[in-house]
Design a protein around this ligand. Sequence first.
Ligand code: ARG
Length: 461
Amino acid sequence: MKLWGGRFENQTEKAAFDFQSSIHVDRRLYREDILGSIAHAKTLNRCGVLTDEETVRVEATLNEILQDIDGGKLQIGFEHEDIHTFIEATLTDRIGELGKKIHTGRSRNDQVATDFRMYLGKEVDLLVELLKGLEESLLSIAEDNLDTILSGYTHMQKAQPLTLGHHLMAYFEMFRRDIERLLDAKKRIMIMPLGSGALAGTTFDLDREYTCQLLGFNDITYNSLDGVSDRDFAIELTSDLSIVMMHLSRFCEEIILWATGEFAYVEVDDGFSTGSSIMPQKKNPDVAELIRGKTGRVYGSNMTLLTVMKSLPLAYNKDMQEDKEAVFDAIDTVKACVDMFTGMIKTIRFNRDRMYEASEDGYTNATDLADYLVRKGVPFRETHEISGQIVQFALKGNRKLSEVSLEEFKGFSHLIEEDIYSEISVETCVNKRNLIGGPAREAVLRSIERGREFLNKEIGV
Ligand code: ARG
């Protein structure tokens, strides 16, 4: 079924019709299309195009169509060009001539932009809920691991001791920013283009602010050309989604690394692992790997949109129909990944002994040895040198700093006393770093509190 046969002499080639139709993708906008049509009917009523009686009938029938699709009684037929055509055709099937009035003062160009924005606004809310669930899990795992010491790394080399709680809270911060970014993007998604018509508005006196209010948008667009041809909101969303995936992917990379026999910091639960068809001993962190892999396709969606839009003259061009497939795929992928990741992290086992042991190797307390001497009045640049020399000395004997005798320490600096051993224990290294944002138990507890406040605050647009 098509809506535009009048000026054509010949039929569209079947293959060409199928090629240009989008119903297999935009069918998921049926609810938004129906709600948009109801609001449009009410607006047409206000300006005298539909009578009260007609409006009631249109609204009731559109609601029936919605129920029938929801309940599986009405199938969305692929012979229709797109979801807008299908809904209008079904309405006309059911109420005859009256159905043919619904498209007054409206174009599929402003209709699709409206539907798409409404749909994405809801999807953002669903994703934010999932991210908040992940954040809750991170807070509770962090709280259980305020004293779980592990080495932190820079350049993938052991650096300074941290706690697992502190490490997890770094990811909490990333996902907190993601939530904020998504909600900020939602402000620009929830702007209503309806009333822009095909490109030049309409001759009917539509009360756009009324339609906007009915549909729950924050505001309306203020230029009809821009209203139908803006896809910035979708580009912004896929960009924000790419950042979420980048964060998930970094986290997955660490889990994959930590699950290796060489690290053995974690064991991914059987429920989130798979085996090998040939190597009986294998247990692979597939879920984490796949999330890392799917990051590529979300970046791809962002690039698809940027590229589709880059040379389009105003206003609507059919190229823009490519937007939905990319955005739907990105949002579906991110939702599935956040959900899977949350399940995996909730069930993962941390090998605390192994983390602790590893934190004691690699001279992660060498900075603290230097700081010890700073407290005795030696300038840091000198204490750095002295600590480096002690590390070199210990390395030669294959010993830890805690295994260097007091006499040997004194050979490097007479200021070193018996308390050096407790001052450079990994516990002290962590707990002395009690400034805001540091890894000490108290500092991490404060971050967790701030995190809880963030999650409990009414956030949303
Ligand atoms: N299916 C189209 C899309 O997704 C709807 C708008 C079509 N408008 C048009 N004049 N062909 O972009």
